[in-house]
Design a protein around this ligand. Structure first.
Ligand SMILES: *Cc1c(COP(=O)(O)O)cnc(C)c1O
Length: 497
């Protein structure tokens, strides 16, 4: 049986195949692609214990990418999850501080986006071949810090692709910036902008939707695609680790097969937690998905009040990958909680665009019971890093700390004793200054100097990719204003001024 994809905003458009949806990224009407129907997975829960990450990935992803042959999909998966990860388990679970922690930071950029972005380039280049596309694929991406580097690490030197990353010059950590500006590869381009992530993301969407530019590029043999988490090639690979974590808890005798678990997910663009929502729809016994936000708590209000209001101050926090006011993937949730009503979804998105806010219908609110939501202030985030370190001698990164703090708030407020899995999305070495200051060792040194200090303190082995950064040289140093982003793209690809 084959799975086709349709837009969240239009019921009448002709559905397309998975490989076409991977190539296009965004639907032409501005909506996001969702499968026309979902099937339960073929793997019995008790078998989760014995499958490798790669085999489980194949079993879960095959129905979503059903126009890929078995060989094509297996090749993509085996290339993505190999010794580019520092553990053969890919996504190990550890236990401390009263929770299970699902570690998604053992890939090349030491943050969770590697899990999807090591796979996406393979899905994309395979999709191009399958659809007889002769065009060179141009990946345009706005990043709040982690996506950009992870996308470049995935796409660097991949044949017939170009990748161009925009990042907020003052909105990412020094390590994140260092990782990006030292990126090698003859097809990688990195540009800082003097604005925040939302501006970068909005302008990237505008470039995608600029028909004149798209046509001009097509004439020169280029085709845009997206590596942001709106692409189904990024979203669905994230379902795998929810199942994989569950298998590990069974194996470690923390739960019985079939028992429900909660996941606390540090959330920004709503991709990670949406994959958890799909995991539940596919049959994983999840009680609550806890949407954990930082001080930019637009999603906390969304879940608790049924109102999405982006008209609020934007804060740069210690968990920058979650500094987002417009969470793109939420549109897919709107589609499902409206019982797959494209018109309602389109109306709400248009309200958001014109008025900066929308309110859910009563039906939609009633369909939010799979979720709980909360947020951690900056003080609470730092306090959680300190608490976990002093009680358990484990240093966690600020994003993980947000999810951990919110998980504990949730347990206290509800008395819900369902086993809790906190999704741990980055290595502490990615945010050394914040972690040091949380541990009472504030330092004025930044970047790699602070990595050294943190290493001396916590003694956790330095990942190889971090060691390499010490020797890397800066290759990219362009910074433009947000208004100049389109021009920068033209300059790059069309050599136009
Ligand atoms: C991107 C990111 C998140 C947020 O994930 P979304 O899918 O955007 O909600 C959380 N933590 C880290 C470290 C990230 O890089």
């Amino acid at each position: 049986m084959s799975t086709l994809y349709r837009s969240t905003r239009d019921e009448n458009a002709e559905p397309i195949t998975a490989s076409q949806a991977v190539l296009q990224g965004l639907s032409p009407d501005g909506g996001l692609y969702v499968p026309t129907k979902l099937t339960k997975i073929n793997v019995a829960l008790e078998n989760l214990v014995s499958l490798t990450y790669q085999e489980l990935a194949y079993q879960i992803l095959q129905p979503f990418f059903s126009d890929y042959t078995a060989e094509e999909l297996r090749n993509c998966i085996n290339a993505a999850y190999a010794d580019n990860f520092s553990t053969p388990v890919i996504a190990p679970v550890t236990y401390y501080a009263g929770n299970a922690y699902l570690e998604l930071f053992h890939g090349p950029t030491i943050a969770f986006k590697d899990i999807a972005l090591q796979l996406l380039p393979h899905l994309l280049t395979t999709a191009a071949k399958k659809n007889n596309s002769t065009k060179e694929i141009v990946i345009l991406t706005a990043t709040s810090g982690d996506t950009g580097k992870a996308a470049m690490a995935g796409f660097a030197n991949v044949d017939k692709t170009q990748i161009c990353v925009f990042y907020p010059k003052d909105g990412v950590s020094p390590i994140q910036e260092k990782q990006m500006v030292t990126q090698t590869g003859n097809n990688t381009h990195v540009i800082g902008i003097t604005g925040n992530f939302d501006v970068a993301q909005t302008n990237v969407k505008n470039i995608f939707n600029n028909k004149t530019l798209v046509k001009k590029l097509a004439d020169r043999g280029y085709q845009f695609s997206s590596a942001n988490s709106i692409n189904i090639g990024r979203l669905f690979p994230q379902i795998v680790y929810y199942f994989y974590a569950y298998g590990q808890l069974i194996k470690d005798k923390k739960i019985k097969c079939g028992q429900k678990v909660n996941f606390s997910v540090p959330t920004g663009n709503f991709g990670d937690i949406l994959a958890g929502y799909f995991a539940k729809k596919l049959g994983l016994p999840i009680n609550k998905l806890i949407c954990a936000s930082n001080k930019n708590n637009v999603l906390t209000d969304f879940f608790n009040e049924g109102v999405y209001d982006k008209k609020r101050p934007f804060y740069v926090t210690s968990s920058p990958s979650m500094d987002i006011l417009v969470s793109s993937n939420l549109e897919r949730l709107l589609f499902y909680i409206s019982n797959e009503d494209a018109k309602t979804t389109a109306d709400l998105m248009s309200q958001l665009n014109t008025t900066g806010q929308y309110s859910l219908t009563d039906l939609m609110k009633a369909n939010l019971t799979d979720f709980a939501a909360g947020y951690a202030s900056e003080e609470q985030t730092l306090a959680e890093i300190a608490r976990v370190y002093s009680e358990e001698n484990v240093a966690i990164d600020p994003h993980t700390a947000v999810a951990s703090a919110v998980a504990n708030q949730y347990k206290k407020a509800t008395g819900d004793l369902t086993p809790m899995i906190v999704v741990s999305t980055a290595s502490p070495y990615k945010f050394p200054q914040t972690v040091l200051s949380a541990l009472g060792d504030s330092t004025s040194v930044s970047g790699l100097e602070s990595v050294k200090l943190l290493h001396e303190k916590i003694k956790t082995p330095l990942p190889e990719t971090v060691k390499k950064l010490f020797k890397a040289t800066t290759i990219h140093n362009t910074v433009v204003t947000p208004e100049k982003m389109e021009q920068a793209v033209k300059q790059l690809l069309l050599k136009e001024n």
